[in-house]
Every structure is written in structure tokens, then in C-alpha cells.
Design a protein around this ligand. Structure first.
Ligand SMILES: [Zn+2]
Length: 276
């Protein structure tokens, strides 16, 4: 039941995002003007210093609101995602209450993809608003997984590489996953529908993986590599079969983190399923 309720809620949020989009005069994803949307809603948008957060929304008197975006974020895609996320809190009428405060406010780190249900809801809304399924799904076709596809979504939609990778994983029919790593550990994983393997979180990034290069030398070679699948999957899933997994890692400068796009090449898939 819990899962069905969640899926229902996600569908409602996506519908709200598409409704907001319908109010803008949008003929392509490049036309999605968040400042215009903010104006329509009576929301002022400012840049300022924010201690450790990337965005904040405050409800002001008289049905107005102010969104503050951290002036430390320079990536346009990250700025747009943060703004869409804060607008979502207002449009979805999330309670912004802080105890006893005359103003209602909410402080967010929307680029980190962890946090409460309301945080996730706002990010679901932001992803649908900036990368509407009807436009982005056709870009996720193709018969192979690649960070090039992710980057082309990011360019077209003016979104961050990370947000675009998560959207790609949501919409593709290929077998792939995004693994987000911080401070040398796997923090969280998002899998495509077809990716049935389990990637444990919390473990140290394997030294043979591309992601580990970032934590050891602060840089990453920008091309995919094939490595032993047990660098990411639990050993019992690979069972010493020598099966390999493809990894293309990239740095998220705003967060001092790295994420890897992982996929199982067709030649390896057969071995993996027989070993599992
Ligand atoms: Zn938030």
C-alpha cells in the first residue's frame, strides 16, 4: 500500500508541474522561464549568502514570497534546479512553518537528493518542470547508455549534469544506475527500472573505480571504462565470474562530490544474471 500511495503522490506532483508549465508560453524546453513563473506567482528572487544551504523560501505577508538562492552556486543548471525546487514548495503548498517565527521559511539543499518527503516532492516537481517527460523521454532512446546523452539533456534543458543523469535513469529503458559518492563513500544510488542489481550504499568507493580517482587525486578521466562488476555490486552477485560493468564518472563541483553512471554492457549481462 505504501508504495502505491507514494506512486500516486508522485503522479499528482508531476501533473501539478505540467499545469504550471502550461501557464508559461513554452514551445521548447529552452523557453522554460522560471523568473517569469516566479513573477506570475508574486515571488521575488534574490541572490545572497546562505550558510551551508543552496536555497531558501520565505512566505511574506499578503500572499507574496521571496526565494533566496546561494550566491556561491555558479552553475546555471544548479541555480535553475534550486529555483524550481523552491517554487515547488510554494506551488505544492508545503508548510513552511518555523516555530514562533512571524515569517514562514524553509531552508533547502535541493542538490543533495536526501532529506524528507517534502524535499523529495519538491525535487520531483523541479525535474518534471525543467525536463518534462514528453520532451526528454525521446532523448533517452538509443540503444546504449552514455554520459553524452545525459550531457545533451543538460544542454537542452539547461539543467545540471547530476539532475539530468537522474532524469535519464528515470526515463530510460536501458539497464543503468547513478551512484553518488561523497567523502570517499557511496552515499546513494538511483537505478533505472531495468537495473535489477543491488548496489550497497555506505561502503567505501572501490579503488579500481573511476570515482575513486577523484578522492585520490582530485581529477577524473572523462571517458567510460570497463571494470570488475564487484567494484560496485556485492561480491555474491558476481561470484568471482569476472563479469564487468561500465562506469563513466564525473565531478559535481558545487558539492565536492562525484557521481558515476553505471551500466551493464549487453555482452556482460548474460554472465551477470547467471552468476546472481
Ligand atoms: Zn526544499
Amino acid at each position: 500500500v505504501g508504495r502505491r500511495v507514494r506512486e500516486q503522490r508522485v503522479a499528482e506532483i508531476r501533473a501539478e508541474a505540467l499545469q504550471a508549465l502550461a501557464h508559461l508560453d513554452v514551445r521548447s524546453v529552452a523557453d522554460i522561464d522560471l523568473i517569469a513563473l516566479a513573477k506570475r506567482l508574486g515571488v521575488e528572487v534574490v541572490f545572497d549568502g546562505l550558510d551551508g544551504a543552496s536555497a531558501r523560501v520565505v512566505r511574506l505577508r499578503g500572499d507574496r514570497a521571496r526565494i533566496t538562492l546561494s550566491d556561491r552556486i555558479s552553475d546555471l543548471g544548479a541555480i535553475r534546479f534550486s529555483l524550481a525546487h523552491e517554487l515547488a514548495h510554494l506551488i505544492l503548498r508545503h508548510v513552511l512553518v518555523l516555530d514562533g517565527d512571524p515569517f514562514l521559511e524553509r531552508v533547502c539543499r535541493p542538490l543533495r537528493e536526501d532529506g524528507s518527503d517534502l524535499e523529495r516532492e519538491a525535487s520531483v516537481f523541479a525535474a518534471e518542470l525543467l525536463m518534462p517527460e514528453s520532451w526528454v523521454r525521446p532523448m533517452c532512446g538509443g540503444s546504449h547508455v552514455s554520459l553524452d546523452t545525459v550531457r545533451s539533456i543538460a544542454r537542452t534543458c539547461r539543467t545540471s549534469t547530476l539532475a539530468s543523469a537522474l532524469r535519464f535513469v528515470e526515463l530510460t529503458s536501458e539497464c543503468c544506475a547513478v551512484a553518488y559518492c561523497e567523502l570517499g563513500r557511496v552515499r546513494w544510488v538511483k537505478r533505472s527500472r531495468a537495473f535489477e542489481h543491488w548496489i550497497p550504499t555506505g561502503r567505501l568507493v572501490d579503488p579500481t573505480s573511476a570515482a575513486s580517482d577523484y578522492f585520490r587525486r582530485g581529477a577524473i578521466d572523462d571517458h567510460p571504462r570497463l571494470i570488475g562488476a564487484d567494484a560496485w555490486l556485492p561480491r555474491r552477485a558476481t561470484d568471482g565470474s569476472g563479469v564487468r560493468i561500465a562506469e563513466h564518472a564525473t565531478i559535481v563541483p558545487e558539492l565536492g562530490a562525484v557521481f558515476s553512471l553505471l551500466w551493464v554492457p549487453p555482452t556482460e549481462a548474460l554472465h551477470l544474471s547467471s552468476a546472481a
